[in-house]
Design a protein around this ligand. Sequence first.
Ligand code: GSH
Length: 240
Amino acid sequence: MCGLLCGSVELSIDLRVALRHLTRMTELPILYSFRRCPYAMRARLAIQTSGLIVELREIVLRDKAPEFLETSPSNTVPCLKDRDAILDESLDIMLWALDRSDPENWMRPEQGDKDGMISLIQDCDGPFKHHLDRYKYDTRYNDVDKEQERSSAAGYLWDLNELLKETPWLFGNRASLADFAVLPFVRQFANTDRDWFEGEEWTALKGWLKAFEDSDRYRHIMPKWEKWKAGDSPVLFPDP
Ligand SMILES: N[C@@H](CCC(=O)N[C@@H](CS)C(=O)NCC(=O)O)C(=O)O
């Protein structure tokens, strides 16, 4: 559906022009993103909860826009440009958004603290992602045993399951930074072989992932975007 539909009332052309003008005047931060990338998903989750608005530029990884390549030192998504500042790591983008506004208190979990959350996220981005990549994309690597990689990655998921047996979220009875930094990667693991994932007895983990995938929060970060090119009308995220 057109992003400029408000309820059932289509915004007038004048309003569209005004919105475009306003976007230019206020110099919204620019988020280079890719819909299905778990790193970009976590960045969008944090931006969405913060209430900030950014201009989203959808990047296609096999045909990256030159403006994106000039902006991102690592040539990876997500990348956020806020005036002169460039944030090239998804976790930094989450922290940038939540530092500005954190209405759901993601940075102040009910149990544990920021250091504990960061440590759990680092285990996700480090060893878990290492094995996840070799499980999901095993043919891209030499000498990997797909099942061995799956089993190594699953160790991290069993640890998450233990936490989730105690409380509905990783750090207590409220969602926090840790949940939304990690969930997109657990989803990526699950989707690699959904039948196998559903057959394992990590019941708390499965419930946590399902609640996320069924949520409005998830739906709102996953609309389909057209590939961005210079000169396109700005696409706002979240869709106002
Ligand atoms: N360190 C980065 C990693 C991001 C990353 O690896 N993104 C992938 C897409 S999911 C990417 O852009 N890969 C570059 C490519 O495939 O060309 C972050 O946390 O933001």
